[in-house]
Design a protein around this ligand. Structure first.
Ligand SMILES: C[S@@+](CC[C@H](N)C(=O)[O-])C[C@H]1O[C@@H](n2cnc3c(N)ncnc32)[C@H](O)[C@@H]1O
Length: 461
Protein backbone atom coordinates (compact mmCIF):
# COMPACT_ATOMS: atom_id res chain seq x y z
CA UNK A 1 0.00 0.00 0.00
CA UNK A 2 2.88 2.35 0.79
CA UNK A 3 4.30 1.72 -2.69
CA UNK A 4 0.99 2.14 -4.49
CA UNK A 5 -0.01 5.26 -2.55
CA UNK A 6 3.22 7.29 -2.30
CA UNK A 7 1.51 10.39 -0.92
CA UNK A 8 -0.21 8.47 1.89
CA UNK A 9 1.30 8.22 5.34
CA UNK A 10 0.99 4.72 6.75
CA UNK A 11 1.42 3.43 10.28
CA UNK A 12 1.66 -0.31 10.94
CA UNK A 13 1.34 -1.79 14.42
CA UNK A 14 1.99 -5.29 15.73
CA UNK A 15 2.77 -6.78 19.12
CA UNK A 16 5.47 -9.01 17.67
CA UNK A 17 8.92 -7.40 17.61
CA UNK A 18 10.12 -9.95 15.05
CA UNK A 19 7.34 -9.16 12.58
CA UNK A 20 7.97 -5.43 12.98
CA UNK A 21 11.72 -5.93 12.48
CA UNK A 22 11.09 -8.04 9.34
CA UNK A 23 8.75 -5.38 8.01
CA UNK A 24 11.26 -2.61 8.70
CA UNK A 25 14.06 -4.52 6.98
CA UNK A 26 11.92 -5.00 3.85
CA UNK A 27 10.73 -1.40 3.93
CA UNK A 28 14.27 0.00 4.18
CA UNK A 29 15.70 -2.37 1.57
CA UNK A 30 12.99 -1.26 -0.87
CA UNK A 31 13.47 2.46 -0.18
CA UNK A 32 9.92 2.89 1.18
CA UNK A 33 9.78 6.09 3.23
CA UNK A 34 6.07 6.61 3.92
CA UNK A 35 5.42 3.72 6.33
CA UNK A 36 6.15 3.75 10.05
CA UNK A 37 6.16 0.31 11.66
CA UNK A 38 5.75 0.20 15.41
CA UNK A 39 5.98 -2.61 17.93
CA UNK A 40 3.17 -1.94 20.40
CA UNK A 41 0.27 -3.53 22.23
CA UNK A 42 -3.00 -2.42 20.69
CA UNK A 43 -4.34 -2.09 24.25
CA UNK A 44 -2.01 0.91 24.69
CA UNK A 45 -3.28 2.85 21.67
CA UNK A 46 -4.88 6.10 22.78
CA UNK A 47 -5.76 9.55 21.44
CA UNK A 48 -2.07 10.51 21.25
CA UNK A 49 -1.79 8.22 18.18
CA UNK A 50 -3.95 10.71 16.30
CA UNK A 51 -6.75 10.07 13.79
CA UNK A 52 -6.59 8.12 10.56
CA UNK A 53 -8.59 8.29 7.31
CA UNK A 54 -8.46 4.50 7.06
CA UNK A 55 -7.93 1.93 9.79
CA UNK A 56 -7.27 -1.63 8.64
CA UNK A 57 -7.47 -4.49 11.13
CA UNK A 58 -6.89 -7.55 8.96
CA UNK A 59 -6.50 -10.98 10.52
CA UNK A 60 -6.74 -9.56 14.03
CA UNK A 61 -10.26 -9.46 15.48
CA UNK A 62 -11.00 -13.20 15.51
CA UNK A 63 -7.53 -14.15 16.63
CA UNK A 64 -7.26 -12.15 19.86
CA UNK A 65 -8.88 -12.22 23.31
CA UNK A 66 -12.32 -10.61 23.90
CA UNK A 67 -10.51 -7.72 25.64
CA UNK A 68 -8.40 -6.97 22.54
CA UNK A 69 -11.47 -7.46 20.30
CA UNK A 70 -13.27 -4.72 22.22
CA UNK A 71 -10.16 -2.56 21.85
CA UNK A 72 -10.10 -3.10 18.07
CA UNK A 73 -13.59 -1.60 17.95
CA UNK A 74 -12.66 1.24 20.29
CA UNK A 75 -9.63 2.21 18.17
CA UNK A 76 -11.74 2.00 15.00
CA UNK A 77 -13.98 4.63 16.55
CA UNK A 78 -11.67 6.88 18.60
CA UNK A 79 -8.80 6.99 16.14
CA UNK A 80 -10.92 7.27 12.99
CA UNK A 81 -11.11 10.68 11.26
CA UNK A 82 -14.66 12.10 11.01
CA UNK A 83 -15.04 10.90 7.38
CA UNK A 84 -12.80 7.87 7.82
CA UNK A 85 -13.46 4.21 7.02
CA UNK A 86 -12.45 1.31 9.24
CA UNK A 87 -11.94 -2.21 7.82
CA UNK A 88 -12.17 -5.20 10.15
CA UNK A 89 -11.90 -8.80 8.93
CA UNK A 90 -13.11 -11.73 11.03
CA UNK A 91 -14.32 -15.31 10.91
CA UNK A 92 -18.08 -15.40 10.95
CA UNK A 93 -20.90 -17.83 11.58
CA UNK A 94 -22.68 -19.95 10.53
CA UNK A 95 -19.78 -21.04 8.25
CA UNK A 96 -17.21 -21.09 11.04
CA UNK A 97 -19.44 -23.19 13.27
CA UNK A 98 -18.78 -26.03 10.84
CA UNK A 99 -15.14 -25.20 10.16
CA UNK A 100 -14.62 -24.79 13.91
CA UNK A 101 -15.49 -28.49 14.41
CA UNK A 102 -12.41 -29.46 12.46
CA UNK A 103 -10.32 -26.95 14.39
CA UNK A 104 -11.50 -28.51 17.67
CA UNK A 105 -10.62 -32.02 16.47
CA UNK A 106 -7.15 -30.89 15.36
CA UNK A 107 -6.61 -29.07 18.68
CA UNK A 108 -7.52 -32.23 20.61
CA UNK A 109 -5.25 -34.37 18.47
CA UNK A 110 -2.22 -32.06 18.76
CA UNK A 111 -2.67 -30.95 22.40
CA UNK A 112 0.37 -32.91 23.66
CA UNK A 113 2.75 -31.61 20.99
CA UNK A 114 5.08 -28.66 21.52
CA UNK A 115 6.58 -27.49 18.23
CA UNK A 116 4.40 -25.80 15.60
CA UNK A 117 5.96 -28.04 12.91
CA UNK A 118 4.82 -31.20 14.75
CA UNK A 119 1.36 -29.78 15.37
CA UNK A 120 0.97 -28.91 11.67
CA UNK A 121 2.16 -32.35 10.53
CA UNK A 122 -0.14 -34.26 12.88
CA UNK A 123 -3.12 -31.98 12.25
CA UNK A 124 -2.84 -32.61 8.50
CA UNK A 125 -2.50 -36.35 9.09
CA UNK A 126 -5.64 -36.40 11.28
CA UNK A 127 -7.74 -34.65 8.66
CA UNK A 128 -6.54 -36.98 5.92
CA UNK A 129 -7.31 -39.96 8.15
CA UNK A 130 -10.82 -38.72 8.96
CA UNK A 131 -11.56 -37.81 5.35
CA UNK A 132 -10.56 -41.23 4.10
CA UNK A 133 -12.41 -43.33 6.70
CA UNK A 134 -15.32 -41.39 8.21
CA UNK A 135 -18.69 -42.34 6.72
CA UNK A 136 -17.61 -41.70 3.15
CA UNK A 137 -21.06 -41.70 1.62
CA UNK A 138 -22.74 -39.58 4.29
CA UNK A 139 -23.16 -35.74 4.26
CA UNK A 140 -20.67 -35.68 7.18
CA UNK A 141 -18.11 -37.61 5.13
CA UNK A 142 -18.57 -35.21 2.21
CA UNK A 143 -18.05 -32.26 4.55
CA UNK A 144 -14.89 -33.82 5.96
CA UNK A 145 -13.51 -34.41 2.51
CA UNK A 146 -14.21 -30.81 1.47
CA UNK A 147 -12.53 -29.44 4.59
CA UNK A 148 -9.55 -31.77 4.28
CA UNK A 149 -9.11 -30.61 0.66
CA UNK A 150 -9.21 -26.93 1.72
CA UNK A 151 -6.60 -27.51 4.40
CA UNK A 152 -4.45 -29.68 2.14
CA UNK A 153 -4.19 -26.74 -0.28
CA UNK A 154 -3.54 -24.17 2.46
CA UNK A 155 -0.01 -23.29 3.52
CA UNK A 156 1.40 -24.20 6.94
CA UNK A 157 1.17 -20.63 8.27
CA UNK A 158 -2.58 -20.51 7.54
CA UNK A 159 -3.18 -23.92 9.12
CA UNK A 160 -1.27 -23.01 12.25
CA UNK A 161 -2.73 -19.52 12.83
CA UNK A 162 -6.27 -20.43 11.86
CA UNK A 163 -6.65 -23.84 13.43
CA UNK A 164 -3.96 -24.51 16.01
CA UNK A 165 -3.54 -21.25 17.95
CA UNK A 166 -5.42 -20.52 21.17
CA UNK A 167 -7.69 -17.72 19.99
CA UNK A 168 -10.05 -18.05 17.08
CA UNK A 169 -13.44 -16.63 17.86
CA UNK A 170 -16.07 -16.53 15.16
CA UNK A 171 -19.08 -14.25 15.51
CA UNK A 172 -22.38 -13.78 13.73
CA UNK A 173 -22.52 -10.57 11.69
CA UNK A 174 -25.27 -9.20 13.97
CA UNK A 175 -23.07 -9.78 17.04
CA UNK A 176 -20.16 -7.98 15.38
CA UNK A 177 -22.40 -5.04 14.43
CA UNK A 178 -23.87 -4.84 17.96
CA UNK A 179 -20.32 -4.34 19.25
CA UNK A 180 -19.64 -1.73 16.54
CA UNK A 181 -22.82 0.18 17.46
CA UNK A 182 -21.73 0.32 21.10
CA UNK A 183 -18.71 2.44 20.11
CA UNK A 184 -20.65 4.73 17.76
CA UNK A 185 -19.83 2.99 14.46
CA UNK A 186 -22.26 1.92 11.74
CA UNK A 187 -22.21 -0.36 8.74
CA UNK A 188 -20.92 1.06 5.47
CA UNK A 189 -20.43 -1.97 3.25
CA UNK A 190 -18.60 -5.23 2.72
CA UNK A 191 -15.32 -5.67 0.94
CA UNK A 192 -15.37 -7.19 -1.67
CA UNK A 193 -18.61 -5.39 -2.44
CA UNK A 194 -20.08 -8.03 -4.78
CA UNK A 195 -21.08 -10.16 -1.79
CA UNK A 196 -23.69 -7.49 -0.98
CA UNK A 197 -25.54 -8.24 -4.21
CA UNK A 198 -27.93 -11.15 -4.61
CA UNK A 199 -27.00 -12.27 -8.14
CA UNK A 200 -26.41 -15.85 -6.95
CA UNK A 201 -30.01 -16.23 -5.69
CA UNK A 202 -33.10 -17.05 -7.73
CA UNK A 203 -36.07 -14.64 -7.82
CA UNK A 204 -38.03 -16.48 -5.10
CA UNK A 205 -35.04 -16.53 -2.72
CA UNK A 206 -34.43 -12.81 -3.31
CA UNK A 207 -38.10 -11.99 -2.70
CA UNK A 208 -38.16 -13.85 0.63
CA UNK A 209 -34.82 -12.32 1.56
CA UNK A 210 -36.27 -8.84 1.04
CA UNK A 211 -39.26 -9.77 3.24
CA UNK A 212 -37.02 -11.15 5.97
CA UNK A 213 -34.72 -8.13 5.77
CA UNK A 214 -37.71 -5.70 5.82
CA UNK A 215 -35.62 -2.82 4.54
CA UNK A 216 -32.87 -3.24 7.15
CA UNK A 217 -29.51 -3.82 5.47
CA UNK A 218 -28.09 -5.48 8.57
CA UNK A 219 -30.86 -8.09 8.50
CA UNK A 220 -30.42 -8.67 4.76
CA UNK A 221 -26.68 -9.20 5.25
CA UNK A 222 -27.30 -11.58 8.17
CA UNK A 223 -29.81 -13.71 6.25
CA UNK A 224 -27.43 -13.79 3.25
CA UNK A 225 -24.78 -15.28 5.58
CA UNK A 226 -27.31 -17.95 6.63
CA UNK A 227 -28.03 -18.73 2.97
CA UNK A 228 -24.38 -18.84 1.93
CA UNK A 229 -22.96 -20.46 5.08
CA UNK A 230 -20.45 -17.62 5.15
CA UNK A 231 -17.13 -18.15 6.96
CA UNK A 232 -15.32 -14.81 6.63
CA UNK A 233 -16.19 -11.13 6.51
CA UNK A 234 -14.30 -7.94 5.69
CA UNK A 235 -16.61 -5.29 7.06
CA UNK A 236 -16.29 -1.53 6.49
CA UNK A 237 -17.47 0.76 9.29
CA UNK A 238 -17.98 4.52 9.55
CA UNK A 239 -19.00 6.94 12.28
CA UNK A 240 -22.75 6.70 12.93
CA UNK A 241 -23.38 10.41 12.20
CA UNK A 242 -22.32 10.07 8.53
CA UNK A 243 -25.15 10.55 6.03
CA UNK A 244 -25.19 7.53 3.70
CA UNK A 245 -27.17 7.14 0.48
CA UNK A 246 -27.51 3.52 -0.49
CA UNK A 247 -29.41 3.84 -3.78
CA UNK A 248 -27.30 3.06 -6.85
CA UNK A 249 -27.87 6.36 -8.66
CA UNK A 250 -25.69 7.14 -11.69
CA UNK A 251 -24.79 10.53 -10.17
CA UNK A 252 -22.89 8.76 -7.38
CA UNK A 253 -20.45 7.50 -10.01
CA UNK A 254 -19.59 11.00 -11.31
CA UNK A 255 -16.44 11.59 -9.19
CA UNK A 256 -15.29 7.96 -9.43
CA UNK A 257 -13.12 5.74 -11.62
CA UNK A 258 -14.02 2.31 -12.92
CA UNK A 259 -11.68 -0.60 -13.59
CA UNK A 260 -12.12 -4.25 -14.51
CA UNK A 261 -10.68 -6.96 -12.31
CA UNK A 262 -9.48 -9.65 -14.63
CA UNK A 263 -9.12 -10.39 -18.29
CA UNK A 264 -12.44 -9.76 -19.98
CA UNK A 265 -12.45 -11.31 -23.44
CA UNK A 266 -15.18 -11.07 -26.03
CA UNK A 267 -16.53 -12.74 -29.16
CA UNK A 268 -16.68 -11.50 -31.89
CA UNK A 269 -13.64 -9.26 -31.45
CA UNK A 270 -15.11 -6.58 -33.71
CA UNK A 271 -17.36 -4.86 -31.16
CA UNK A 272 -18.80 -2.09 -33.33
CA UNK A 273 -22.46 -2.33 -34.35
CA UNK A 274 -25.53 -3.66 -32.56
CA UNK A 275 -25.06 -7.42 -32.91
CA UNK A 276 -24.80 -9.40 -29.66
CA UNK A 277 -21.29 -9.66 -28.29
CA UNK A 278 -20.57 -12.28 -25.66
CA UNK A 279 -18.10 -11.36 -22.93
CA UNK A 280 -16.32 -13.95 -20.80
CA UNK A 281 -14.50 -13.11 -17.62
CA UNK A 282 -11.59 -15.32 -16.69
CA UNK A 283 -10.85 -17.25 -14.57
CA UNK A 284 -14.45 -17.37 -13.25
CA UNK A 285 -15.85 -18.25 -16.68
CA UNK A 286 -18.72 -15.85 -16.05
CA UNK A 287 -20.49 -14.82 -19.29
CA UNK A 288 -22.74 -11.92 -20.28
CA UNK A 289 -23.98 -10.50 -23.57
CA UNK A 290 -24.08 -6.86 -24.69
CA UNK A 291 -25.81 -5.40 -27.74
CA UNK A 292 -25.66 -1.66 -26.98
CA UNK A 293 -22.88 -0.11 -29.12
CA UNK A 294 -22.15 2.58 -26.50
CA UNK A 295 -21.68 -0.02 -23.76
CA UNK A 296 -19.48 -2.11 -26.03
CA UNK A 297 -17.30 0.94 -26.69
CA UNK A 298 -17.08 1.63 -22.93
CA UNK A 299 -16.14 -2.00 -22.21
CA UNK A 300 -13.53 -1.83 -24.98
CA UNK A 301 -11.95 1.21 -23.31
CA UNK A 302 -11.94 -0.58 -19.93
CA UNK A 303 -10.26 -3.60 -21.54
CA UNK A 304 -7.62 -1.47 -23.26
CA UNK A 305 -6.82 0.51 -20.11
CA UNK A 306 -6.87 -2.46 -17.70
CA UNK A 307 -5.38 -2.77 -15.10
CA UNK A 308 -5.68 1.03 -14.95
CA UNK A 309 -9.11 2.52 -14.22
CA UNK A 310 -11.08 5.03 -16.35
CA UNK A 311 -13.24 7.93 -15.13
CA UNK A 312 -17.00 7.44 -15.30
CA UNK A 313 -17.11 10.69 -17.32
CA UNK A 314 -14.77 9.25 -19.99
CA UNK A 315 -16.86 6.07 -20.26
CA UNK A 316 -20.07 8.09 -20.66
CA UNK A 317 -18.51 10.46 -23.23
CA UNK A 318 -17.32 7.52 -25.33
CA UNK A 319 -20.65 5.70 -25.05
CA UNK A 320 -22.48 8.89 -26.07
CA UNK A 321 -20.25 9.44 -29.09
CA UNK A 322 -20.68 5.81 -30.19
CA UNK A 323 -24.44 5.33 -29.74
CA UNK A 324 -26.72 7.43 -31.84
CA UNK A 325 -29.80 7.21 -29.60
CA UNK A 326 -31.14 10.04 -27.46
CA UNK A 327 -31.63 7.93 -24.31
CA UNK A 328 -30.10 8.86 -20.96
CA UNK A 329 -26.72 7.31 -21.64
CA UNK A 330 -25.36 8.07 -18.13
CA UNK A 331 -27.99 5.78 -16.65
CA UNK A 332 -27.38 3.05 -19.22
CA UNK A 333 -23.61 3.06 -18.56
CA UNK A 334 -24.13 3.22 -14.77
CA UNK A 335 -26.55 0.26 -14.84
CA UNK A 336 -23.96 -1.79 -16.73
CA UNK A 337 -21.23 -0.79 -14.27
CA UNK A 338 -23.34 -1.64 -11.23
CA UNK A 339 -24.12 -4.99 -12.91
CA UNK A 340 -20.41 -5.65 -13.43
CA UNK A 341 -19.75 -4.66 -9.83
CA UNK A 342 -22.38 -7.15 -8.62
CA UNK A 343 -20.69 -9.89 -10.67
CA UNK A 344 -17.26 -9.02 -9.26
CA UNK A 345 -15.95 -7.99 -12.69
CA UNK A 346 -15.66 -4.23 -12.11
CA UNK A 347 -14.09 -2.24 -9.31
CA UNK A 348 -14.59 1.38 -8.36
CA UNK A 349 -11.80 3.63 -7.13
CA UNK A 350 -11.25 7.26 -6.25
CA UNK A 351 -7.70 7.64 -7.59
CA UNK A 352 -5.91 6.12 -10.57
CA UNK A 353 -3.71 3.14 -9.73
CA UNK A 354 0.04 3.72 -9.84
CA UNK A 355 0.52 1.26 -12.68
CA UNK A 356 1.68 1.36 -16.30
CA UNK A 357 -0.75 1.20 -19.22
CA UNK A 358 2.07 0.27 -21.62
CA UNK A 359 5.34 -1.64 -21.20
CA UNK A 360 7.64 1.16 -22.47
CA UNK A 361 11.35 0.91 -23.40
CA UNK A 362 12.56 0.52 -19.83
CA UNK A 363 9.94 -1.51 -17.95
CA UNK A 364 10.19 -1.14 -14.21
CA UNK A 365 8.58 -2.96 -11.29
CA UNK A 366 8.71 -1.65 -7.72
CA UNK A 367 11.71 -2.68 -5.62
CA UNK A 368 9.23 -4.47 -3.33
CA UNK A 369 7.71 -6.60 -6.12
CA UNK A 370 11.22 -7.43 -7.39
CA UNK A 371 12.26 -8.53 -3.90
CA UNK A 372 9.07 -10.57 -3.43
CA UNK A 373 9.61 -12.24 -6.82
CA UNK A 374 12.96 -13.54 -5.57
CA UNK A 375 11.56 -14.86 -2.28
CA UNK A 376 8.86 -17.25 -1.13
CA UNK A 377 6.60 -14.32 -0.14
CA UNK A 378 3.41 -13.51 -2.02
CA UNK A 379 3.90 -10.93 -4.76
CA UNK A 380 1.66 -7.91 -4.26
CA UNK A 381 0.54 -5.96 -7.32
CA UNK A 382 0.20 -2.19 -7.59
CA UNK A 383 -3.56 -2.76 -7.14
CA UNK A 384 -2.78 -4.31 -3.73
CA UNK A 385 -3.72 -7.82 -4.78
CA UNK A 386 -1.88 -11.11 -4.27
CA UNK A 387 -0.65 -12.97 -7.34
CA UNK A 388 -0.32 -16.69 -7.79
CA UNK A 389 3.05 -17.79 -6.36
CA UNK A 390 3.60 -20.78 -8.65
CA UNK A 391 7.29 -20.76 -9.65
CA UNK A 392 7.44 -19.26 -13.07
CA UNK A 393 9.67 -17.67 -15.67
CA UNK A 394 7.60 -14.49 -15.11
CA UNK A 395 8.92 -14.13 -11.56
CA UNK A 396 12.53 -14.28 -12.76
CA UNK A 397 11.63 -11.66 -15.36
CA UNK A 398 9.99 -9.53 -12.68
CA UNK A 399 13.27 -9.49 -10.72
CA UNK A 400 15.03 -8.09 -13.79
CA UNK A 401 12.70 -5.24 -14.73
CA UNK A 402 14.38 -2.48 -12.75
CA UNK A 403 14.34 0.24 -15.41
CA UNK A 404 17.02 -1.33 -17.65
CA UNK A 405 16.31 -1.53 -21.40
CA UNK A 406 14.46 -4.50 -22.88
CA UNK A 407 17.73 -5.50 -24.63
CA UNK A 408 19.50 -5.55 -21.29
CA UNK A 409 16.69 -7.66 -19.82
CA UNK A 410 17.10 -10.11 -22.74
CA UNK A 411 20.88 -10.26 -22.17
CA UNK A 412 20.36 -11.05 -18.46
CA UNK A 413 17.99 -13.91 -19.36
CA UNK A 414 20.50 -15.31 -21.87
CA UNK A 415 23.16 -15.17 -19.12
CA UNK A 416 20.78 -17.03 -16.76
CA UNK A 417 20.10 -19.69 -19.40
CA UNK A 418 23.83 -20.13 -20.10
CA UNK A 419 24.53 -20.44 -16.37
CA UNK A 420 21.89 -23.20 -16.19
CA UNK A 421 19.60 -21.14 -13.91
CA UNK A 422 16.70 -21.47 -16.34
CA UNK A 423 15.86 -23.29 -19.53
CA UNK A 424 14.43 -21.78 -22.69
CA UNK A 425 12.98 -24.53 -24.85
CA UNK A 426 12.03 -25.04 -28.47
CA UNK A 427 9.89 -28.08 -29.26
CA UNK A 428 10.54 -29.36 -25.76
CA UNK A 429 14.36 -29.16 -26.02
CA UNK A 430 16.53 -26.53 -24.24
CA UNK A 431 18.07 -23.98 -26.66
CA UNK A 432 21.86 -23.87 -26.20
CA UNK A 433 23.15 -21.61 -29.00
CA UNK A 434 23.47 -17.98 -27.66
CA UNK A 435 22.28 -16.35 -30.93
CA UNK A 436 19.29 -18.68 -31.09
CA UNK A 437 18.58 -18.04 -27.42
CA UNK A 438 18.68 -14.27 -27.87
CA UNK A 439 16.37 -14.42 -30.91
CA UNK A 440 13.86 -16.60 -29.05
CA UNK A 441 13.90 -14.44 -25.92
CA UNK A 442 13.51 -11.20 -27.88
CA UNK A 443 10.57 -12.68 -29.77
CA UNK A 444 8.85 -13.80 -26.54
CA UNK A 445 9.65 -10.87 -24.25
CA UNK A 446 6.84 -8.52 -25.42
CA UNK A 447 4.25 -11.16 -24.47
CA UNK A 448 5.78 -11.83 -21.05
CA UNK A 449 6.26 -8.13 -20.28
CA UNK A 450 2.64 -7.60 -21.39
CA UNK A 451 1.57 -10.15 -18.76
CA UNK A 452 3.45 -8.26 -16.05
CA UNK A 453 1.75 -5.04 -17.17
CA UNK A 454 -1.70 -6.69 -17.20
CA UNK A 455 -1.06 -7.96 -13.67
CA UNK A 456 -0.39 -4.37 -12.48
CA UNK A 457 3.23 -5.13 -11.72
CA UNK A 458 4.83 -2.38 -13.85
CA UNK A 459 5.19 1.21 -12.68
CA UNK A 460 4.22 4.10 -14.97
CA UNK A 461 7.15 5.45 -16.99
C1 LIG B 1 -3.27 -13.74 12.59
S1 LIG B 1 -1.97 -12.57 12.70
C2 LIG B 1 -2.33 -11.52 11.33
C3 LIG B 1 -1.19 -10.67 10.91
C4 LIG B 1 -1.48 -9.73 9.72
N1 LIG B 1 -2.41 -8.70 10.08
C5 LIG B 1 -1.94 -10.50 8.53
O1 LIG B 1 -3.11 -10.42 8.15
O2 LIG B 1 -1.13 -11.21 7.92
C6 LIG B 1 -2.44 -11.64 14.13
C7 LIG B 1 -1.42 -10.62 14.51
O3 LIG B 1 -1.95 -9.84 15.58
C8 LIG B 1 -0.89 -9.49 16.47
N2 LIG B 1 -1.47 -9.16 17.79
C9 LIG B 1 -2.14 -9.97 18.60
N3 LIG B 1 -2.53 -9.29 19.73
C10 LIG B 1 -2.06 -8.04 19.60
C11 LIG B 1 -2.10 -6.87 20.42
N4 LIG B 1 -2.69 -6.89 21.62
N5 LIG B 1 -1.50 -5.76 19.97
C12 LIG B 1 -0.89 -5.73 18.76
N6 LIG B 1 -0.82 -6.80 17.94
C13 LIG B 1 -1.39 -7.94 18.34
C14 LIG B 1 -0.03 -10.74 16.48
O4 LIG B 1 1.31 -10.43 16.87
C15 LIG B 1 -0.11 -11.20 15.02
O5 LIG B 1 0.94 -10.69 14.25
Amino acid sequence: MAVGLPSAELVGLDFSQRQIDDGKATRDECGITNARLLQANLLEVDDSWGQFDYIIAHGLYSWVSPEVQAKVMEVCSRNLAPNGIAYVSYNCNPGWRIRGMFREMMLFHTAGLKSPADKIKHARALLDYLASYAGQKTPYGAMLQREAATIRNADDAYLFHEHLETNNQSVYFHEFMAQAHQVGLMYLAESPIQTMFDVDFDAKTTETLQQLGSGNILHVEQYMDFLRNRTFRQTLLVHKNIHLTRNLDWRNLLPLRIGINQALSCEPHDVSGCEATEYTELPSGLKFTVTHPGIKAALQLLREQSPQSVTFGDLVALAKATSRSSENIEEVVATQIYGLLAMGVANITIEPWLCATSVGDRPKASALARKQAGSADPIITLRHQHTNRTPSFLWRLLQLVDGRTINEVAEAIVADAQAGKLQIKREGKPIKDPTDLMARIKADLPTHLGHLREMALLLPH
